[in-house]
Write a protein that binds this ligand. Structure first.
Ligand SMILES: [Zn+2]
Ligand SMILES: [Zn+2]
Length: 226
């Protein structure tokens, strides 16, 4: 049995994402995914709430800002502190019963781990649809995964609903959180996908700007002069 999962998605619980829980499930189903990992920046509450409420297989996760770059914890039920070293962060994820993924390790402008990826990780995200420059990021991440003999996974890093599913991991597992994460650790998985088209990125930025403008701060109100 195979499961098809986007292992890196941000929801509105991340300050920079537009994806509501409803959007998340809508686009995941539309793209034919079996599961989605919700990996908001340094928080787990949203992922746990969505996993509880939605009629779809949600893997609760977190994208932790370690001292030297971003690290994803999959299948965790508690927050993992930010600001620790990569090794300490991986240990905390393991103590919480989770799977540690070195996400977008060579992407520019993203808080990437680079040389801090080590064999302590459980997997490397070799395809990240938002990574720039995309082909170079895939090549270098694949090289490091191979040299450390780590499994390769993929995720979109989507912050906008229509971007969900541009990358996904096919896992040899039945559709359950435990089975999927166990299969990833043992390398029974394969990454697929491509970069999000520029038109979608621009569309997302326009939507994000609209949202920010709509929520204009109080000091921007016009004050009547007596
Ligand atoms: Zn990141
Ligand atoms: Zn991310």
């Amino acid at each position: 049995m195979q499961a098809k999962a986007d292992l890196h998605v941000h929801t509105i619980y991340s300050h920079d994402s537009l994806i509501t829980p409803k959007d998340l499930v809508f686009y995941a189903k539309k793209r034919g995914l079996t599961a989605v990992a919700v990996t908001d920046h340094d928080r787990i509450d949203g992922a746990l709430e969505i996993a509880r409420e939605k009629d779809f297989l949600i893997i609760p996760g977190i994208e932790v800002s370690s001292r030297n770059g971003h690290i994803i914890g999959l299948n965790v039920q508690e927050p993992i502190p930010k600001g620790l070293s990569p090794d300490e962060t991986v240990e905390k994820i393991h103590e919480a019963g989770g799977v540690a993924v070195a996400c977008h390790p060579f992407a520019l402008f993203k808080g990437s781990l680079g040389k801090h990826v080590s064999a302590k990780f459980d997997a490397v995200e070799t395809i990240n649809s938002q990574a720039f420059p995309f082909n170079r990021c895939v090549r270098r991440a694949t090289q490091i995964a191979e040299s450390l003999k780590l499994p390769c996974v993929a995720g979109t890093d989507a912050h906008y609903g229509p971007a969900i599913g541009y990358a996904y991991t096919v896992v040899d597992a039945e559709p359950s959180i435990e089975a999927i994460t166990r299969a990833i650790v043992s390398g029974q998985c394969q990454p697929f996908g491509r970069s999000v088209p520029l038109t979608l990125t621009l569309e997302r930025q326009a939507q994000y700007l609209k949202k920010r403008l709509f929520r204009a701060p109080a000091h921007s109100q016009i004050v009547k002069v007596q």
